[in-house]
Design a protein around this ligand. Sequence first.
Ligand code: AMP
Ligand code: MG
Length: 337
Amino acid sequence: METKLLHQGEEKLAAEILAAGGLVALPTETVYGLGADGLNEEAIKKIFIAKGRPADNPLILHIAEPQDILDLVLTLPPKASTLIDEFWPGPLTVILPKTKTVPSAVSADLPNVAVRCPANESIRLVIKYLKRPIAAPSANISGKPSPTKVSHVLQDLNGKIDAILDGGDCELGLESTVVSFVSKAPCILRPGSITKEQMEDLVGDIAVDPAVLGRIKQGQKALSPGMKYTHYAPRAKVVVVKADKETYIDFVNKNSSENILSLCFEEDKARINGKSISYGKEKDTTSQANLFFDALRKIDNLPEIELVYARCPYMQGVGLAVYNRLIRAAGFEVIEL
Ligand code: AMP
Ligand code: MG
């Protein structure tokens, strides 16, 4: 299959391909999504095949206007409504009991559905032309770093999908914050650019699923099936180094070799003797979020690298979301110094 490259202004054509049951990678403010008609079971199945995604990992439905959620969910609790009013359109996904409109392929047979109204105007226009929600997981091969640039989507999916709509580089660079309203208290299943602190200011305490910061234990049920898989992993082995700046730099300089790379912050680079790639500035978690997946993909372009020592981000605010992706890229291997 030839993958067509579409440009801004060709949203109607993108919607036509989707209406015919095709797959189109679409820009969003978080990462590129691999879109299909969210109500077409056959089209949705193609997403799982193209990505190699396990069938038990459900998809997010993307809508053009906040009120369109009402067709997809059975109830909208007041706290969910408050967060939607504040953060939509934007990088927040809510999970709620689903209506019969939602195909079981979207929700992987769960009784709940994940819904988001993205801020990116280009994907919203495609949804408006399609007149149906778009099911879209990240547009990468399952397990690989999520795509924040058209070149990342092409690396993984060229020849496997009908088209890519070029919307430039993604503004935020990490996937949406996912909050479940299925139990009594709201619970974060995946941290993102909208932080726990921002949401708690509006609705009070929000729980954090244990899978956000650690490995799910054998036999324990994953509330967000996506969290049970090792994820975002480059080919080389990654180890997270929890240490202050000086201790980290000292450690990587003592352990340097041809096959080892430091995944560090911009300010560290000049002081590291061996190979290094930076992901953002030390005190700027937003820049870390923005550059993290691209940095992981750059590591894959260095075939000699076998081991990566990653500097640990500050785990507050957006930093928590960066850490959540980093420990999955590292298969949960952490050294504390
Ligand atoms: P992606 O679209 O690739 O960013 O992945 C979507 C994430 O949301 C995955 O981690 C899914 O497991 C999670 N998710 C989607 N739908 C549901 C649902 N109904 N219940 C729980 N988690 C969900
Ligand atoms: Mg994904």
